[in-house]
Design a protein around this ligand. Structure first.
Ligand code: NAP
Ligand code: GDD
Length: 332
């Protein structure tokens, strides 16, 4: 039985990771931020997580990435063997609206955590959720662990800083600090303002007569989309490898936003062309044309490969939206 600490446990990946470790018999602790509402939708809607909280196998602790003393206090209290660092401002477009906050939570937050761990739990393992965004408009395709970093938005710049810190601490202090260079991964638990969840939700709501249109910024960008459950399996493999290192986790099969729309609306028997409206509100100042990851190192060294294909992922997401609408309705 291992003792696991997750920053970002209330997020998409954190909730799946907590579920996965609890299923392996581990004890899970998670950092949560102060907020005016106590409801934490992702944790409260998963029966295994609700049960684990009631039995004390899952514990939540107040802390914030901007507050070093809160991080030190949780580390002292929990004494984790592995820390998964998933927390931070992660929306690319919003990082232009909140550049300083993004740098502070995603960049400096990682520094505060590494420093706190070095002093309090120097033998613990740290996993950082890095991102394909570090490559920007890459000159080579597919991108692998050696592809040069070329960030084009404040979020990506903060992640470059965080990933460099992980590499620096690994080398300078000899700590077990590793990273997943994660390409986009999606699920019914994805935040509602990311494009796949927005499309799945829009298709379901239009199919049930709640809405007529879905407003998007662009249809041509391509992303290397995987299922979050598969990526979380890869994250665990990276964090439990014999040596600390960084690995790309990706499907290697990019699809466009338009293809996602076509597949999602097909699940509900509709033509997306009749409902999707291009809206300047969602257009980015700069955007990556296409991402495509090469996960062959993870496949060869960790035995990892994604199990869920693109069309299955789209169906999982649209079916979940339909089920939610049919079970609970929606006043809006
Ligand atoms: P997510 O759903 O947006 O979750 C982000 C988490 O970070 C939430 O738990 C959030 O807490 C927490 N958080 C944000 N700012 C914080 C702060 N100042 N102090 C403490 N907690 C804070 O993200 P995700 O999709 O699960 O992604 C997990 C990680 O992987 C992120 O670091 C993301 O950048 C990275 N990543 C994700 C993808 C992807 O496609 N999903 C790809 C590459 C990398 P609240 O619930 O309180 O807001
Ligand atoms: N969110 C959003 N909303 N994106 C849109 C829209 C829209 O209405 N219309 C088109 N897009 C396009 C974006 O311009 C982008 O090209 C693509 O859809 C995907 O956007 P997001 O789903 O917001 O994800 P992202 O690729 O910018 O970032 C996600 O993946 C990164 C890994 O590559 C986030 O999870 C990041 O945190 C993560 O690092």
């Amino acid at each position: 039985m291992a003792r696991i600490l997750i920053t970002g446990i209330t997020g998409q990946d954190g909730s799946y990771l907590a579920e996965s470790h609890l299923a392996s018999g581990d004890e899970v602790d998670g950092l949560v931020r102060q907020s005016s509402l106590l409801q934490r939708t992702r944790l409260d809607s998963v029966p295994a997580l609700v049960k684990a909280r009631s039995t004390g196998r899952l514990k939540l602790h107040y802390a914030d990435l901007s507050d070093t003393s809160s991080l030190v206090s949780v580390l002292r209290n929990v004494k984790p063997e592995t820390v998964y660092h998933l927390a931070g401002q992660s929306h690319v477009k919003i990082s232009f609206d909140l550049p300083e906050y993004t740098a502070d939570s995603t960049g400096l937050g990682t520094l505060r955590l590494l420093e706190s761990m070095r002093h309090v739990v120097p033998d613990a393992r740290l996993f950082l959720a890095a991102t394909s965004e570090i490559f920007g408009e890459a000159k080579e395709s597919p991108q692998n662990e050696k592809t040069p970093m070329n960030p084009i938005n404040p979020y990506a710049a903060a992640k470059v800083y965080a990933l460099n810190l992980v590499r620096i601490y690994r080398k300078a202090y000899g700590v077990f600090a590793c990273a997943g260079i994660l390409f986009n991964h999606e699920s019914p638990r994805r935040g509602e303002n990311y494009v796949t969840r927005k499309i799945a939700r829009g298709a379901a709501r239009i199919a049930r007569g709640r809405e007529k249109e879905l407003h998007l910024g662009a249809l041509t960008p391509k992303r290397d989309w995987s299922y979050a459950v598969d990526i979380v399996d890869g994250i665990r493999r990276i964090a439990s490898a014999p040596k600390p290192d960084d690995f790309v986790l990706a499907s290697g099969l990019p699809h466009s936003v338009g293809e996602f729309c076509e597949a999602a609306f097909r699940v509900v028997g509709l033509d997306y062309g009749k409902h999707v409206v291009l809206d300047p509100e969602y257009v980015r100042l700069v955007d990556i044309t296409e991402t495509c990851g090469d996960a062959s190192r993870a496949r060869n060294e960790l035995g990892w490969a994604p199990k869920t294909g693109f069309l299955e992922l789209v169906r999982i997401m649209v079916d979940a939206e339909l089920a939610d609408l049919d079970a609970h309705g929606d006043p809006a």
